[in-house]
Design a protein around this ligand. Structure first.
Ligand SMILES: [Zn+2]
Length: 435
């Protein structure tokens, strides 16, 4: 079967209602002719250059695209002379020379690009040679200085300070971990786990505006995925003696901080670049793909959907917050304790502890927040007022012996002495009938 991997791409300028856009279209061995015809048909300016970049043997689509993009990460990419003449630089693919800091590294010819042979050249010489008729001497000089400043390895900061790490993540290069602590579900920022003892964060630029950052293992002098300004961070790392890992297993066994969120019942962990899992090794977590702590969520914990839980204020059992119910003046109760130790007030519909239950007529139950009074004669609580229309209320009668009676009981079993103004119970049935 014919391979359908892209074997090259076309660079061209495409016009639409927004203006001119630089486009790249990949082609495979089979589709090359069709892609080229389609591109030519869409070129509004027939004089616009159509650049073809053939992939080297063994180079996949991502590597090819990365190579073509690399010159756009240099300081020259922002200038008009560069932007409007991609037909000149796209075949050279000029970029930072790792071996000769400060120099431009480029492909001298298509043939050399095919063999992956780059040549170093001073930035000023490169500009004079390939853009000489577009740029004057003074401009070339200032562009060369711009390149050299950019190409000088910046200072590498390596920190195991949790606050500094959090700042670098929050205010630095974009990634799924580049947010403030409140964005995550755990009790603190997940990047704080990198505060030693084995791993650390390396970054370039000021800590509150880092241009690039990466997880490093200082003792082994190795680093993993770089975020932000890849080229300059890499230059700083290599100048400091660090090497890029060839496979993620080189970070096996690295110890990070163990932060357990007891409210969520899970670990605070970041999205790890090198591992899917960590293992709880007591004082620390250890990077280990056979471990049980998942480290590929972006919510700052090791579970997909962490649910906060709290202790039941009655029995102390840890319970998901969504299952807790508020009991007035007693706190949050678990379902079992709600069932066993609480009731709903028939007047206010608030939930109360059964210790505070006041029994009313017709098996009504009232909490202390209902406006009731206690009748000593019937041993029952009655509503003095109600928030519900049509619900019956009662009046209390203060008796001469200090008791409180409900109105209907007083009407049947007591009398008002008009002379003393006091309320008395009848002492006998005869007395009541005589009255
Ligand atoms: Zn409970």
């Amino acid at each position: 079967m014919q391979t359908q991997n892209p074997v090259g791409l076309f660079f061209f300028r495409h016009h639409n209602i927004y203006g001119a856009l630089d486009q790249r279209l990949f082609y495979t061995e089979d589709s090359r002719r069709d892609v080229e015809q389609s591109v030519r048909a869409h070129l509004l300016d027939p004089d616009a250059p159509l650049i073809e970049v053939k992939a080297r043997d063994g180079v996949d689509i991502n590597t090819l695209l990365e190579e073509v993009r690399t010159p756009l990460t240099t300081p020259w990419a922002e200038h008009q002379f560069f932007m409007h003449n991609y037909d000149r630089w796209v075949l050279h693919m000029p970029t930072l020379s790792v071996k000769h800091p400060g120099l431009v590294s480029y492909y001298q010819s298509e043939e050399k690009r095919g063999r992956n042979i780059r040549t170093p050249i001073k930035p000023g010489r490169y500009l004079k040679k390939f853009f000489g008729e577009l740029l004057d001497e003074e401009t070339i000089q200032s562009l060369a200085i711009e390149w050299e400043t950019w190409a000088t390895p910046p200072e590498l900061n390596v920190t195991q300070d949790a606050d500094e790490i959090e700042t670098v993540y929050r205010d630095g290069p974009h990634s799924c971990m580049a947010y403030s602590a409140s964005h995550f579900e755990g009790c603190c920022h997940p990047a704080r786990v990198y505060a030693g003892p084995d791993l650390a964060i390396a970054y370039i630029g000021p800590k509150n505006d880092a241009a690039g950052r990466v997880v490093v293992w200082p003792e082994k002098k190795i680093y993993s995925t770089i975020y932000g300004d890849i080229h300059r961070t890499k230059a700083a790392l290599h100048a400091a003696g660090y090497k890029e890992i060839e496979n993620n297993e080189e970070f096996d066994g690295a110890r990070i901080r163990s932060i357990y969120d007891s409210r969520l019942g899970c670990y605070v962990v970041p999205y790890l670049d090198t591992h899917d899992y960590a293992e709880d090794a007591g004082q620390y977590l250890v990077l280990d793909d056979s471990g049980g702590i998942h480290c590929r969520w972006t919510n700052g914990t090791n579970v997909e959907d962490p649910e906060p839980s709290s202790d039941c204020d009655e029995c102390g059992d840890n319970t998901p917050d969504s299952n807790l119910s508020y009991v007035r003046d007693h706190g949050e109760f678990c379902p079992h304790c709600v069932e066993t130790y609480t009731f709903l007030c028939d007047e206010t519909f608030n939930r109360h502890h059964t210790d505070e239950r006041n029994e009313g007529p017709q098996e009504q139950e009232y909490g202390p927040d209902a406006n009731t009074f206690y009748c000593d004669a019937t041993d029952t609580f009655y509503l003095a007022s109600t928030r519900h229309p049509h619900r019956r209320t009662y009046s209390s009668v203060a008796m001469s012996n200090g008791e409180t009676w409900v109105d209907f009981h007083f009407d049947a079993h007591g009398y008002h002495d008009a002379v003393t103004g006091e309320n008395h119970p009848y002492t006998s049935e005869e007395e009541r009938l005589a009255a």
